[in-house]
Design a binder for this molecule. Structure first.
Ligand code: CA
Ligand code: CA
Length: 265
């Protein structure tokens, strides 16, 4: 059963911008801004909720996903479910300015999922995906995290994304922290990091800045108020701003909102 942390979210506000320059105190939803400097990186994560052939056949919906991805430099997606990989290619075809990396099909049962990451072409010198099996002990996770390494100019960044198994979320989050890198690192994903599945998750990520905190609601349903989707940024990276993008997102799009950060590497 889903839980509510709060009964009334209608007048809730939160502030983005760790340094305040984006002055974004708005009702519940934070829209993205475009006043960043060229060296800043805009990174987002979104659980697309069973993104497969059915969703890919809806051109309006695919275009909506693409319109969101275009607002970021690096965009992680979870819950691609499609045996032959054709569905995510339909989305990639809408994004000629982006390259795409997808994970192996992951899952301990017949229900397999893939992670994906879209990233702006020409922005990075090199992008590497490590094998999920190589990055971690697979038996610790329903779907082992995907690690990607991005090189931008002389800088190297390590990105981890995961979709935890809800019933095992608390332990999987601890294992994710244990296996992940500590420096120049951003960890994103649908971690099921709240409500009945886990608690005090921020305390696990020692050495990281929590961009999406416990009190944030990343769920589309008005009946749940849970910070399932998270982004952790290692302390050596400058976290400029962060937020949740819910604009236009209803249950026909996903059951999750987009979480995002802007960092200066
Ligand atoms: Ca397919
Ligand atoms: Ca909600």
């Amino acid at each position: 059963m889903k839980q509510n942390k709060k009964t009334d979210i209608s007048d809730r506000t939160f502030r983005t911008g760790h340094f305040g320059h984006q002055n974004a105190t708005v009702n519940f939803t934070v829209t993205t801004t475009l006043d960043s400097t060229s060296s800043d990186l805009r990174i987002a994560s979104w659980n697309l909720q069973i993104y497969g052939d059915s969703k890919a056949s809806n051109d309006q919906l695919v275009e909506f996903y693409a319109s969101k991805i275009r607002q970021y430099d690096v965009f992680f997606v979870q819950e691609i479910r499609d045996a032959d990989g054709s569905a995510i290619q339909v989305l990639a075809n809408k994004l000629p300015d982006y390259d795409l990396i997808v994970s192996e099909r992951l899952g301990t049962t017949s229900s397999k999922e893939q992670y994906g990451v879209f990233y702006r072409k020409n922005m990075f010198n090199r992008v590497i995906k490590l094998s999920e099996a190589e990055t971690t002990l697979t038996n610790l996770f329903e779907r082992p995290p995907m690690e990607t390494i991005f090189q931008k100019d002389n800088l190297t960044l390590f990105f981890w994304t995961e979709h935890t198994k809800p019933e095992a979320a608390q332990n999987e989050i601890k294992q994710l922290y244990n296996v992940s890198s500590r420096l120049r690192t951003v960890i994103t994903g649908d971690l099921n990091a709240d409500c009945s599945y886990s608690s005090n998750v921020d305390a696990i990520f020692s050495g990281f800045q929590s961009a999406i905190k416990d009190n944030i609601d990343t769920t589309v349903s008005p009946n749940t108020d849970c910070a399932y989707d998270r982004i952790y940024v290692s302390n050596d990276l400058k976290l400029i701003s962060s937020g949740v993008d819910s604009v236009g997102i209803n249950t026909s799009v996903s059951d999750h909102y987009i979480v995002w950060v802007e960092v200066q590497p």
